[in-house]
Design a protein around this ligand. Structure first.
Ligand SMILES: [Zn+2]
Length: 339
């Protein structure tokens, strides 16, 4: 078993994750949703092995869990998390907040993809992802990579409300968002504060406690959203100078990977996932995910190439030698290029 990391002095834990200090509290905190299963339990190795009191393991296998509480992602000292044999369809990007996580078991769930943020988890060297009904991979692109087409899920210019939220929830070089820095929280949500009310859910998810809960909607069933807002996203485009955030992404894409950067560097024996896992990427603007490469399934390009070949047109898609060949095709039609 992996021992606790040597430097137990990471960034100070956020105040609201204070319950992480004790071993029993997490079980109680998570109990509300884990209780639906027969044997939910949270176990810490700290008491057993006498390692750092900060280290924490959670085993929640075989519990019919369909949704995970956001509080789970603030347990920064979590090193082992097993969620195998559950009914999870979605892992939010906020899992990357578990910066000390070394072992993660998500086998035997209903996952179609994992968030790209998981590739940034530097200590995650043991990751069990199979079996899961991952999205099937497309044919490889020219570089041998598996990349989907880009799906534009927002307008070219983000709506003003989205832009306002991006500014309000940005935290450039600070721990606090602009919302926390400039406004008295929780925000008022009376009848004459309808703009706030409209964003109540988003604000309370992104900055817990920034808006008081809506009593009038308590108990009402929440309908399922295809792309739930789970927090503030950070665009992975390497061309951004500053951290570029979003609440709702403008585009999304998938890649398929056989290993993660952290697993690759840990030697060959643990370097593979045991198959191709679909990875979900989100961009803040149109074109932000172009850096992932050309889609292997981009049949339009192939079709264009084929048409260009047939018509003998030079669309700069072929190498110069092939262009010469197309000219020869043209001479076969009877035109004389020698004159
Ligand atoms: Zn971007």
């Amino acid at each position: 078993m992996a021992s606790s990391n040597g430097n137990g002095h990471g960034p100070a834990a956020a105040p609201r994750s204070g319950f992480a200090r004790t071993q029993t509290a997490p079980a109680e905190s998570i109990g509300a949703w884990a209780r639906q299963g027969p044997s939910a339990k949270a176990v810490s190795t700290s008491s057993i092995l006498g390692v750092s009191r900060e280290a924490m393991d959670i085993f929640l296998g075989r519990n019919n869990i369909t949704k995970l509480p956001m509080e789970l992602w603030s347990l920064h000292n979590l090193t082992v998390l097993s969620l195998r044999n559950n009914c999870l369809t979605y892992i939010p990007p906020e899992i990357a907040n578990l910066r000390d996580l070394q072992t993660l078991n998500l086998a035997h769930n209903k996952l179609r993809y994992i968030p790209s943020e998981m590739l940034q988890m530097k200590k995650l060297t043991q990751l069990n992802l199979f079996p899961n009904p991952f999205l099937p991979k497309p044919p490889p692109n020219r570089d041998g990579n598996y990349v989907s087409r880009t799906e534009r899920i927002g307008p070219k210019i983000p709506p003003l409300t989205e832009l306002a939220l991006r500014v309000l929830l940005s935290r450039k070089e600070t721990r606090e968002t602009m919302l926390e820095q400039y406004y008295e929280l929780p925000l008022a949500t009376s009848q004459d504060q309808r703009p706030v009310t409209a964003f109540r859910d988003i604000l309370s998810i992104c900055v817990p406690g920034s808006v008081l809960p809506d009593e009038s909607r308590a108990g009402r069933k929440q309908f399922k959203v295809a792309r739930p807002v789970t927090g503030v996203g950070i665009c992975p485009n390497p061309m951004h100078d500053d951290e570029s955030n979003f609440i709702r992404p403008s585009e999304e894409r998938y890649t398929w990977v056989e290993s993660t950067p952290a697993m690759k560097t840990k030697g060959a024996e643990s370097g593979g996932l045991g198959g191709h896992a679909a990875v979900h990427w989100r961009g803040c603007m149109w074109g932000c995910l172009d850096f992932l490469g050309i889609a292997g399934e981009d049949e339009d390009t192939k079709k264009q190439e084929k048409e260009a070949e047939e018509e003998g047109m030079d669309l700069d898609l072929q190498e110069s030698e092939e262009v010469v060949q197309t000219v020869r095709f043209d001479t076969a039609t009877g035109w004389d290029f020698d004159d």
